[in-house]
Design a protein around this ligand. Sequence first.
Ligand SMILES: *[C@@H]1O[C@H](CO)[C@@H](O)[C@H](O)[C@H]1NC(C)=O
Ligand SMILES: *[C@@H]1O[C@H](CO)[C@@H](O)[C@H](O)[C@H]1NC(C)=O
Ligand SMILES: *[C@@H]1O[C@H](CO)[C@@H](O)[C@H](O)[C@H]1NC(C)=O
Ligand SMILES: *[C@@H]1O[C@H](CO)[C@@H](O)[C@H](O)[C@H]1NC(C)=O
Ligand SMILES: *[C@@H]1O[C@H](CO)[C@@H](O)[C@H](O)[C@H]1NC(C)=O
Ligand SMILES: *[C@@H]1O[C@H](CO)[C@@H](O)[C@H](O)[C@H]1NC(C)=O
Ligand SMILES: *[C@@H]1O[C@H](CO)[C@@H](O)[C@H](O)[C@H]1NC(C)=O
Ligand SMILES: *[C@@H]1O[C@H](CO)[C@@H](O)[C@H](O)[C@H]1NC(C)=O
Length: 390
Amino acid sequence: MQGFITFALIFCFILPCLSTRSNVGTKNAIYNVMKYGARGDGKIDDSLAFVRAWNSACKAAEMSTLVIPVGKTFMVSKLSFNGPCTNKHILIQLEGKIVAPSKVHWKAQSYWITVQSVEGLTINGHGRGVLDGDGSTWWQCKSCDRPGVFLFHSCKGLNVSNLSITNSPRSHVAVNMCNGATFSNISINSPGTSPNTDGFDIALSTHIVIHDSNIKSGDDCIAINGGSSFVNATRITCGPGHGISVGSLGKKGSEDKVSNIHVRNCTFNETQNGARIKTIPGGLGYAKHITFEQIILVNVNNPIIIDQEYSISHKGANVSVSSVKFQGFTGTSASGLAIQLNCSSSGCYDILLEQNNIVSAQPGKKASSFCTNAHGTARNTVPNVPCLLK
Ligand SMILES: *[C@@H]1O[C@H](CO)[C@@H](O)[C@H](O)[C@H]1NC(C)=O
Ligand SMILES: *[C@@H]1O[C@H](CO)[C@@H](O)[C@H](O)[C@H]1NC(C)=O
Ligand SMILES: *[C@@H]1O[C@H](CO)[C@@H](O)[C@H](O)[C@H]1NC(C)=O
Ligand SMILES: *[C@@H]1O[C@H](CO)[C@@H](O)[C@H](O)[C@H]1NC(C)=O
Ligand SMILES: *[C@@H]1O[C@H](CO)[C@@H](O)[C@H](O)[C@H]1NC(C)=O
Ligand SMILES: *[C@@H]1O[C@H](CO)[C@@H](O)[C@H](O)[C@H]1NC(C)=O
Ligand SMILES: *[C@@H]1O[C@H](CO)[C@@H](O)[C@H](O)[C@H]1NC(C)=O
Ligand SMILES: *[C@@H]1O[C@H](CO)[C@@H](O)[C@H](O)[C@H]1NC(C)=O
């Protein structure tokens, strides 16, 4: 008798699992966070339901879809979507709104939402999905260890699109140690006064594409850091913010290498910088094969800038800067100092400026250029750049 009860109990526990598991092996199993106990009332912490749904989607043998449904607001304190997963075709249909707790209730460490070691993930917001980091509860505390919204770590074959990410306490999207990631139609929106709210922070990654996106923030629109190569940014509108920046490279103790960067058809609207390369004196590594082309400038403080004196120097060599092209810049410079190529005494080499027309935003004032230790060529460029060395 006792044996039978035990059997019956075990059976009853297993049965629901069996019915859930019946999804496994079908062509596209759906895992809706509501079925895993999410409330979607914007108040109760739904983190556990999300992670349970994710774990099921991740374990599915074939293609699986995690659904975060439209019309609901989910408060989550911390999300970790960890791999490796069984299948390499996971879709997150992110059509609802996900909101972070305010600062006093925050639980996550350095990032609110972490996706780690997942291959072949697509996240599609269908133009409705929103992630809101509730950054306004953090921004006044500049010295706080403020978290970022989204970290993609060790990803491969990632596609994220049609999504809005707002009000991050710190950077919005960090891409770290990824190989192959495309971000498209992403709208990032934080006030120009919010501190350190980079749009994208890319490091130690290769084959990364960001296109057709709009980034408003209080810091870099896109920062391309050490260990990154083959990064394309196309049809991005930045502003407010600090522009698209390679670096800063050469922070103490690190060797930073960046190469094959293409920034095309971007607009900088009232940003502090446009195209920038910044390195710290005494650092190791290089920045090379970097192209910025077809750039529209609206009242930008520093449209074109290489700055090798960025931050406090330490002893040693310098990050080398070479094969950099600035082509097809048109529009206005707020300061009038349109082109600044401030290279270290080690020099920057093979700098090409071509077909640029940058004028001062101040009526009657002429735009100007400045360089030190910059070697290269300028053709059909206004303002002219007589300071370039052979
Ligand atoms: C991501 O998008 C790229 C380009 O659109 C495509 O080639 C790739 O197959 C997509 N990856 C996934 C996992 O859907
Ligand atoms: C891009 O995203 C916005 C809002 O995030 C949305 O309104 C628009 O429909 C999306 N575009 C496409 C092509 O899906
Ligand atoms: C973004 O939305 C558009 C239009 O709704 C769609 O064509 C596109 O495939 C979506 N992007 C991805 C990667 O799913
Ligand atoms: C990045 O841009 C370069 C230069 O235009 C191009 O050759 C390359 O195919 C692009 N890469 C991707 C993945 O779009
Ligand atoms: C960039 O803009 C130019 C001019 O509008 C257009 O001809 C070209 O196709 C665009 N290229 C990309 C990659 O968006
Ligand atoms: C710059 O931004 C302003 C509003 O902030 C907008 O009216 C204007 O159209 C934008 N210009 C460009 C070229 O995108
Ligand atoms: C570049 O050097 C010039 C001359 O010393 C200076 O006016 C300018 O502020 C420097 N730019 C930066 C970003 O340090
Ligand atoms: C590195 O750059 C700094 C600043 O221009 C310069 O003082 C220093 O001599 C350079 N180091 C070398 C090894 O060239």
